[in-house]
Design a protein around this ligand. Structure first.
Ligand code: HEC
Length: 216
């Protein structure tokens, strides 16, 4: 019997090359497996559906589960969402049921309300309207729009509800602040705006007699 041909073992260098190719192949496969979202009109190939594919309804999907074929259900009749439930609409909007502005601030007009309104005004309004309400705040100094001067006759003659409405919904170039400022705080700001307007128009006769000598 002739001696068996001794098997040829791969040299160390060949083994390293083989290992490298195998690794590159695996790496390429692993990378490509992640590419399920090429910009293409065809649906992607799902190798591993993971959690991307689930049994669930997306908005506006159709279904055979309900007789009207819609997956989106209407709220039960008469439902009022918690976000839009306002038992006292004039307080919440500054507008009465007959579409006129609320004439007078519903908050008690006392020192507490005014101090609270001042604090809120200085936070939310003063950056644009400045602390006196004249409209020369630090923000408009760098902008192209001009805030109204709250001491103009036109604005002084607003009823309280209109100021509340402007704060809530904005007007022309002013943004609304109903999402930032709670209703009660907005009414407190209205009270403080009234105080600012009153003080701007004050005369010497408004100063108590015993303090008049101190006014400069
Ligand atoms: C981002 C800047 C900015 C802030 C903050 C701001 N305003 Fe204004 N406001 C304006 C501008 C701008 C106008 C002028 C709108 C116009 O006439 O185009 C204006 C106008 C007004 C007017 C007059 C509306 C009219 O009919 O002319 C009132 C009242 C007013 N703001 C109150 C407030 C109060 C109160 C606050 C605080 C809650 C406030 N604003 C916060 C920018 C601002």
């Amino acid at each position: 019997m002739p001696a068996l041909v001794s098997p040829r073992y791969a040299t160390a260098a060949e083994r390293r090359r083989q290992a490298r190719s195998a690794f590159l192949l695996l790496a390429a496969a692993a990378l490509l497996a992640g590419c399920s979202n090429f910009p293409s009109r065809h649906p992607p190939i799902w190798l591993w559906p993971d959690m991307k594919k689930q049994d669930k309804f997306k908005p506006q999907m159709s279904t055979t589960q309900f007789p009207d074929g819609r997956s989106s259900r209407r709220p039960v009749q008469g439902t009022v969402s918690r976000e839009s439930y306002r038992p006292d609409a004039p307080f919440a909007t500054g507008v009465n049921a007959d579409n006129t502005y609320v004439a007078r601030n519903p908050l008690p007009l006392n020192k507490e309300t005014l101090l609270h309104g001042q604090a809120r005004f200085d936070v939310y309004c003063a950056p644009c309207h400045d602390r006196t309400g004249s409209g020369r705040g630090v923000v408009p100094a760098k902008a192209v729009w001009v805030p109204g001067n709250m001491h103009d006759d036109r604005i002084v003659n607003f009823v309280d509800g209109e100021i509340f409405h402007v704060i809530s919904n904005g007007r022309r170039t002013m943004p609304g602040y109903r999402f930032q400022i709670p209703e009660k705080d907005r009414w407190a700001i209205v009270a403080y705006v009234r105080a600012l307007q009153r003080s701007w128009r004050g005369t010497m006769n408004d100063v108590p007699a015993d303090l008049q000598s101190k006014v400069r």
